[in-house]
Write a protein that binds this ligand. Structure first.
Ligand code: ADP
Ligand code: MG
Length: 696
């Protein structure tokens, strides 16, 4: 691959090489994220100030920034220590004062000799009835006025660094920016009316008005696209490498699927069918599948995953389904066992709790093909777990795993196809940014016959009524979850709150009626508590958020969430998704402690308004911002200087399609556009791309 191309060297030197920048200033620039000329040119103005001159301040309503030509009348030195120096000036229609605190009189005298004409620009205010401009931003001789742009860009600043200093440094850095060959698809560029890279930089740093600062301005949109395209190109390279990996076609004959479908008490929805067809087609191809299955809570992802696993078995291989928690793995295994039995498929559960002889027996069966489908926690990916012929790995409720683990899984699976399921929908922009190397299947329709969940926000002062409501519901044979607050990132504190609530509810509703599960319980107790709830022995299950993900108890029709204001929107939606699964009318009560912050109020409001997980995901993104949504640390979410993931999802989608197309046409990036794209990757420091290219 070689090193960074020579054309880009001037942009990757030290800032100190630029005129007027010494070690001290360089450190200041580092604070605004600019360590090299390359960073500077990609640091775009955040705003702008209109410096168009007016004839007189008479027409200006203070406070406002104004620019006006004046004649200097006279100087009024400070009347006492600490008082400001004033210079009286006159424009075409009025007189006013220029004001400086701590100014040196000789400097002012030189800058503004009485009788001279000057162009002054700055913030005009009325102070004690006197019109004044304090510390003008600009004082120029009329001959020099051309140096002041009518619209002055404003850059991100830090203490000690003025916008003008940044502008000067940017101008110097821009001089080092070479013209580069075009990496954008010419048709796209023409359609969008985008300038070349070099021209876009010039224009973005020289806005002519507020419209030029908009992300939609052609220059800015192009530069944003460059970032997104570089990112998507890297993901597309990863995808190409993954697909080129020794994948194998797995095409089943449909016999097992037919048997299982015949047993289901329902028909697949159109969306489930579509997703399954996409998965089947992908598995039948020789490359390795890397696919994300998105669907709302309760959309019926599990059965789609199971049918996909059957394809692997029909093709003569094995499949594995990995769940994020023990409870969920167990529930999947139990729920799928009758279907597997009917199809004559051997299904086993493997978790961290399997020890000794039992574990050895399962591992041996896996290795010699005596198990067709393995369900488990991440224990299924430990080193000593070997499959005879693993063809499909399904990861349920992916957000618990994180990107790094997904990569690891890819390694472990050898040539196995990978299907990842998200717990709740991810906004389109995040799916593109974070899972852009994957293909996407959507289940955008819920099974028919679901009754909406009545959702209400209730102040905690009315908890007594809620308990009475529960008592009545239990008497009718209904069941309820009671989720305890996420007090802190500490299991111990959560636990204390849950135990306390458990005690109170037991006292109120009766000994045997209330159960408790939490993350720190010994596994066997946890199972037992879950089992009693599933069997309907206990009517109310008090839980920390261990139940958040995936648990399916159709008879449970009430969800109480304590301190709901402390939960994220997606989490609340996911929790609420635990009810509304049976035919009974369901209720979700969001107990909160007032006063609510604006954002908490909005979250509860959205939940009352909609059960559409796709919409909730978008709202969540708008409320919380991209970094927060997936948890920045584990998300590996890219950081862009110019592009805005949340608002430019459309551009991101275009970038993804274009990147995949370019790699399809020119896998090695050797053609003219491919070569240009390499420059872009260098410019955007997509080191991972080059590692991938050396693999591919
Ligand atoms: P999720 O997508 O949240 O994982 P599940 O797979 O747990 O959803 O499915 C939720 C419930 O819907 C389960 O009880 C399942 O049996 C049921 N279900 C799945 N598909 C259908 C369908 N097509 N029609 C009716 N019920 C369905
Ligand atoms: Mg599920």
């Amino acid at each position: 691959m070689g090193g960074r191309p020579e054309a880009l060297w001037p942009l990757f030197g030290d800032l100190e090489g630029l005129p007027g920048i010494g070690a001290r200033t360089a450190r200041l620039f580092a604070q605004i994220g600019a360590k090299r000329p390359r960073d500077l040119i990609l640091t775009l103005p955040q705003g702008g100030i209109d410096r168009t001159p007016v004839a007189s301040l008479r027409a200006v309503v203070p406070p406002a920034v104004a620019t006006v030509e004046v004649t200097v009348l006279r100087h009024l030195p400070p009347r006492s220590r600490g008082a400001p120096a004033r210079v009286i000036v006159e424009d075409a229609g009025t007189t006013f004062q220029l004001v400086w605190f701590h100014a040196r009189g000789d400097r002012l005298a030189k800058l503004l000799p009485p009788g001279a004409r000057r162009l002054v620009s700055g913030r005009v205010e009325l102070f004690d009835g006197v019109l004044q401009m304090v510390h003008p931003d600009h004082v120029l001789a009329p001959e020099a006025a051309a140096g002041l742009p009518a619209f002055e860009p404003v850059y991100p600043l830090t203490e000690g660094l003025t916008s003008r200093a940044v502008a000067r440094a940017v101008a110097a850095a821009l001089e080092r920016a070479p013209a580069l060959p075009e990496w954008i698809d010419p048709a796209l560029k023409a359609r969008e009316g985008w300038p070349s890279w070099r021209a876009a930089l010039e224009a973005a740093h020289a806005p002519r008005g507020p419209a030029d600062l908009s992300p939609a301005a052609p220059a800015r949109a192009r530069l944003a696209y460059d970032e997104l395209f570089a990112h998507q190109l890297t993901l597309a390279l990863a995808r190409a490498v993954e697909r080129r990996g020794k994948g194998r076609p797995s095409a089943g004959d449909g016999r097992l699927r037919a048997r299982v479908e015949a047993m289901l008490p329902y028909r697949l929805t159109g969306a489930q069918r579509r997703a399954l067809d996409e998965i089947a087609a992908d598995m039948a191809r020789p490359h390795r599948m890397n696919r994300l299955l998105q669907g709302d809570v309760g959309a019926g992802k599990t059965v789609v995953a199971f049918l996909a696993l059957l394809i692997a078995v029909e093709a003569g291989g094995q499949g594995v389904l990995m769940a994020p928690t023990e409870i969920l793995a167990r529930q999947h295994a139990e729920g799928l066992a009758p279907l597997a039995a009917a199809a004559g498929v051997r299904l086993e559960l493997l978790t961290g709790r399997d020890k000794g002889a039992e574990r050895r027996r399962k591992l041996a069966a896996l290795a010699d093909g005596g198990i067709d489908i393995l369900v488990g926690t991440h224990a299924v990916f430990q080193k000593d777990v070997a499959f005879a012929d693993l063809r499909l790995a399904v990861i349920d409720e992916q957000h618990r795993f994180g990107v790094a683990q997904r990569m690891e899984l890819g390694q472990k699976g050898g040539g196995a196809d990978v299907l990842v399921m998200t717990a709740t929908p991810i906004p389109r922009s995040l799916a593109l940014a974070n899972y852009g190397d994957m293909d996407l299947s959507l289940i955008d329709e819920k099974p028919p016959g679901r009754t909406p969940v009545a959702t209400a926000a209730v102040p905690v002062a009315r908890i007594g009524e809620v308990v009475e409501h529960l008592r009545a519901a239990i008497a009718e044979g209904r069941q309820a979850y009671w989720v305890c607050p996420l007090v802190e990132e500490s299991e111990a504190v959560d636990l204390a709150a849950a135990s306390d609530r458990f005690g109170r509810l037991r006292a109120a509703l009766g000994e045997g009626v209330v159960g408790l599960v939490h993350g720190q319980m010994p596994p066997s107790e946890k199972d037992a508590a879950m089992a009693r709830f599933v069997a309907g022995e206990t009517k109310v299950l008090v839980a920390t958020t261990v139940i958040e993900v995936g648990v399916n108890v159709p008879n449970a029709s009430i969800m109480v969430i304590e301190e709901a204001q402390g939960f994220g929107l997606a989490q609340l939606h996911q929790l609420r998704g635990r009810v509304g699964r049976g035919a009974a009318r369901s209720t979700c009560l969001l107990l909160y402690t007032p006063p609510l912050t604006e954002s908490a109020e909005r979250r509860l409001q959205i939940l009352r308004e909609t059960e559409d997980g796709f919409r909730i995901a978008e709202e969540d993104l708008a409320l919380r911002g991209a970094g927060d949504l997936l948890g920045t640390a584990q998300s590996g979410l890219p950081r862009f200087r110019i592009a805005d993931i949340e608002r430019q999802a459309g551009l991101m989608a275009t970038a993804q399609a274009d990147a995949r197309r370019l790699l399809g046409d020119d896998p090695g990036l050797h053609g003219p556009r491919g070569q240009a794209a390499r420059l872009l990757l260098w410019l955007m420091e997509q080191d991972r791309a080059f590692r991938l290219m050396s693999v591919g």
